[in-house]
Ligand binder design. Structure first.
Ligand code: HEM
Length: 267
């Protein structure tokens, strides 16, 4: 993501991203190291896509071959990010519309939401759901979550809770099993299993973890291709495109044992 500048109103500060998105230093570090080996070739967009794939593998999820060669944007739009990024309160019909607008199906949307099998959310994103006493939340679950998320708005906004209460650090299908038990943390999670059109997909993934894994990988690839027709290719020293490097080569990150320094190897 680009930083603010006189001509850029960055997505970093959009409603969903501000005080939320983290890990920029991981991408910056990878970019610096890749630049030192191979300047001007690998975009930050490619690094982010590869890091997402490697993060999936690191927590036990599927792998896939990232299509490399995506170019970095030179512009940004906070207002577009505000209108196009779904929120924890977005209804199912609007979620379907927003993903559909990016060429992603209902099935893609449910599979991609399954990435909430890892990670955390701030109290401010789920306070409404755990205090609204509605029938779409398990009472015991709501009461557990209330303990670390006070009802008064502004209090404890940044207190965290796991998106998947059962196995928050591993990629598995417990996220979907939670939804069936009305233990989705975000409203946008629970609407996927709320007596509407996506219930059957949630049920499928809750029964078949390997189907979830393969659909997730396919949906990540589809999401990564969104609106990209102009892929970058490496050129040889005479300036002609080297077909061996056309769009498809993979890039692997290797974690050091202390998991701090990341080494990058261009294969
Ligand atoms: C269906 C629409 C989605 C909505 C409404 C949504 C909403 C959210 C919200 C509100 C949070 C908590 C953020 C915070 O508290 O600061 C979150 C976390 C997260 N989301 Fe989503 N999300 C959606 C789809 C996705 C997709 C498609 C992915 C990736 C494929 C994804 C990956 C994650 C991850 C990994 C976290 C945890 C981040 C962390 O621990 O730092 N989400 N999401």
């Amino acid at each position: 993501m680009l930083d603010n500048s006189p001509s850029i109103d960055s997505e970093k500060f959009s409603f969903s991203n501000n005080n939320s998105i983290r890990g920029f230093e991981v991408i910056d570090d990878a970019k610096a190291q890749v630049e030192s080996i191979c300047p001007g070739v690998v975009s930050c967009a490619d690094i982010a896509a590869v890091a997402a794939r490697d993060a999936s593998v690191a927590v036990g999820g599927p792998s896939w071959t990232v299509r490399l060669g995506r170019r970095d944007s030179t512009t940004a739009s906070r207002s577009l990010a505000d209108s196009d990024i779904p929120r924890a309160t977005t209804s199912l019909v609007n979620l379907i519309g927003m993903f559909g607008g990016k060429g992603l199906s209902e099935r893609d949307m449910v599979a991609l939401s399954g990435s909430h099998t890892i990670g955390q959310a701030r109290c401010v994103t789920f306070r409404g759901r755990i205090y609204d006493n509605s029938s779409d939340i398990d009472a015991g679950f709501a009461s557990t979550r209330r303990r670390n998320c006070p009802s008064a708005s502004g209090n404890g906004n940044n207190n965290l809770a796991p998106l998947d209460l059962v196995t928050p650090n591993s990629f598995d299908n417990n996220y979907f099993r939670n939804l069936i038990q009305r233990r989705g943390l975000l409203q946008s999670d629970q609407v996927l299993f709320s007596g509407q059109s996506t219930d059957s997909i949630v049920t499928e993934y809750s029964r078949n973890p390997s189907l979830f894994s393969s659909d997730f990988a396919a949906a990540m690839l589809r999401m990564g291709r969104y609106r990209t027709t102009d892929w970058f290719s490496r050129r040889d020293t005479k300036g002609s495109v080297d077909p061996r490097n056309e769009g498809t080569k993979d890039l692997h990150f290797r974690m050091d044992p202390d998991e701090k320094l990341i080494k990058h190897v261009l294969l």
